[in-house]
Design a protein around this ligand. Sequence first.
Ligand SMILES: Nc1ncnc2c1ncn2[C@@H]1O[C@H](COP(=O)(O)OP(=O)(O)OP(=O)(O)O)[C@@H](O)[C@H]1O
Ligand SMILES: [Mg+2]
Length: 302
Amino acid sequence: MINDVLVKPLDGVTPDSDTRATISARPGGAAANQAAWMAHLGADVTFAGRVGARDVAYHRRELARAGVRARLAADREAETGSIVIMVGADGERTMFTDRGANLRLRRADVPARLLDGAAALHLTGYTFCEPPLLEVALWLLGQARSRGLAVTIDPGSAAFLARMGPTAFLRWTDGAAVCFPNRDEAALLTGEAEPVAMATRLTGYYSVVVVKLGGVGCVLAVPGEAPVLIAAHPARATDTTGAGDAFCGAFMSRWLAAPAADPTTTDLTTTADLTIADLTAAAEFAVQVAATVVTRFGARPV
Ligand SMILES: Nc1ncnc2c1ncn2[C@@H]1O[C@H](COP(=O)(O)OP(=O)(O)OP(=O)(O)O)[C@@H](O)[C@H]1O
Ligand SMILES: [Mg+2]
């Protein structure tokens, strides 16, 4: 969970003095934003995370507004993680990240019983990038696998991915049902220069790969089929914060709602067997939803 502070300078930045700016504090965090979009679009979602004690009620209320059930651990020592996001004139961002209470997430904050009856476990790469957190992430993956749940992954941060090592990340997440890297993350994971080659290579690890390409759109790939390029929905970018999270949330809301390819089975992992046409429809929906997010300030649906 993250407290976002969005800073949009109104003039050129003046070092050593004041720069007029629009500044707004918002609830954020990639997984929380995605959960909010999924619930807003009709999925049944529980979000688990850790926040500074004084922010518990605020974050619970903000998630509830979107329809998310929140299981928030209150940290009495660490503040909620926070990010100062400087938004440039073209909508692109520079971020200063203090992970705060997120770094103190422990197993008891995400009890395995939350997975009972679930269809999927979603993790972002942030949960893999420091040793105590990595232990929680790997334990959750083991719990999901032993229950036969689909696992979905957003690597989340090229900078953090470079620090933790792309090879290790691929080993930890190998076999996930869906992976949603952006272009920089996919380049790091594969060493490829072209998005189609990145996506194709990642199908060696994941059943479905969606490489997010900012204002270009995305590439969808599944093993043994030609990758599909889906154009972005045209939008005037004001603030791209959370576009990727909304994209993943929208894609997953469709992916989870789609009927299994074989309707005679009740095995929830058959979401991995959706046809390329179903997956393309989910990605087309995702680019539409993501386009609405880039045209306004903030990352949440409501
Ligand atoms: N300028 C834009 N115009 C239209 N659509 C956009 C634009 N920027 C992003 N999108 C949409 O949002 C999706 C996700 O954006 P992006 O590729 O930036 O992901 P990301 O880097 O994970 O985002 P985030 O910064 O939220 O983590 C894109 O696939 C695209 O559909
Ligand atoms: Mg992202």
